[in-house]
Design a protein around this ligand. Sequence first.
Ligand code: FS2
Ligand code: SF4
Length: 547
Amino acid sequence: MFCYQCQEAAKGTGCVLKGVCGKNSSTARYMDLLLFTVRGVSVAASALREQSVKVSAEVDSFVTDALFSTITNANFDDESILRRVEKGIGLRDDLKAEAAARGIALPEVDELEWKGEKDSFEEKAAAVGVLREANEDLRSLKELLVYGLKGMAAYHEHAMRLGYSNGEIHAFMQAALAKIAVGGLTVDEWVAQVMQAGEMGVKVMALLDEANTTRYGNPEITKVNIGVGKNPGILISGHDLHDIEDLLKQTEGTGVDVYTHSEMLPAHYYPAFKKYKHFIGNYGNAWWKQREEFTAFNGPIVFTTNCIVPPLSNATYKERMFTGNSTGYPGCKHIETGADGHKDYSEVIALAKQCQPPVELETGEIIGGFAHNQVLQLADKVVEAVKSGAIRRFVVMAGCDGRMKSRDYYTDFAKALPQDTVILTAGCAKYKYNKLPLGDINGIPRVLDAGQCNDSYSLAVIALKLKEVFQLNDINELPITYNIAWYEQKAVIVLLALLSLGVKNIHLGPTLPAFLSPNVAKVLVDTFGIGGITTVDEDLKKFGLLG
Ligand code: FS2
Ligand code: SF4
């Protein structure tokens, strides 16, 4: 295996024996085979599209789900990955047959020519991974593009579950995957593809924002309880709001409470979910603390998306763990989505009734709900605070949390920021500082949480609005510093989206991606001023934030 798609890539270069995330080498190889299959589907689908032939929604859904299932910490189940490979081979062959019937010539690529016999899976899987591209820079650009597409797929999948599917995004993703299979682009052309992915990233996040807010209302300022109630509970993790809606409806009146975990916390900010009295609060922290927290929770845990940490062999909660959508874990029950688009959680609810209530880990409240609509309602207050100098600078600290000790930097950085700065956040990165007593500025909390990682879109909308209010020519003239923490591939599409909006001088940590070759990293540094992090003191000095 060779995988270097996330921030935890072993030795800062790549995982080769087993993933630091816990991914087995077999899973990594089957994911390579799945991506190979997805490329085959995409080559055929894109060739048909070019000749104005309509591609089925099944193909679009397959590509989206398959990419999502290969994101870090989403799926550890070899069988479910191989089922997707087989499905992909079937779809690819159907598309090939359709092209032949219409006299449409397809490119001659291994992705289409491989017969797909089961007994060739192992051999093929070993040959089609990241290292198939010998040129380090081309490899870097292709993988940067693929990781952006994975993030795009994740966000699109959530929007699609709410009935928002965008043909342009599907077509772009498949065309980009087809280009990766066919090759032949120059470095500049690959860079252009990557930038185009950023533009599509803005579109997909806007689409998801529209889907979420149309369905569930605009997030509003909310105090979220972090203590527990007396009833047994179900803990729901991940990002899929459609799933939490199903769960809240089905648990109502059952005597079972519902708690959010990690990236599901922002569900509390949506008006549609506030009406549920048994929607008690948020339990625990970011994804990486789940082994201890799931043990203490006592009740069932529902994963709607990543991030799963493989349970230890003696874990007491594995039998209580359920997966859904693109996630999977061997031995854990997978809850399928029905033909009506809903899930039946009755088994989870029945199990919860037999469980003890959660052990209280902490008490109190955290505040959030500062997505674009809410912040724009406060715009006068915010603008006034900036004009008066009460707010000197906003610091975007969105992104991901993770288990590396070096991420303590973000807690220390938040603590060390001067009192006249406001943190804008989204994603699980917030758990590094969202329980600190950082106070407020004239009633504006010093940590404004917009929501999940995809709600970084809200931060961009807010920045664009401020640019308009202050009548600036360039988004970079705003008093905003970007100090973003990344972990997995959704952060890649968020980063590319910000770059496509013209944001410069983004700092990325705790380490720069292993998949950026020195030359590609140089392009990002020279063109966009991308930088890493150093120490809190040095960075505060660099950002002009000391004193
Ligand atoms: Fe955190 Fe994990 Fe949101 Fe990522 S819970 S690192 O999936 O997408 O952010
Ligand atoms: Fe390693 Fe990250 Fe890949 Fe897991 S996802 S195998 S930790 S690089």
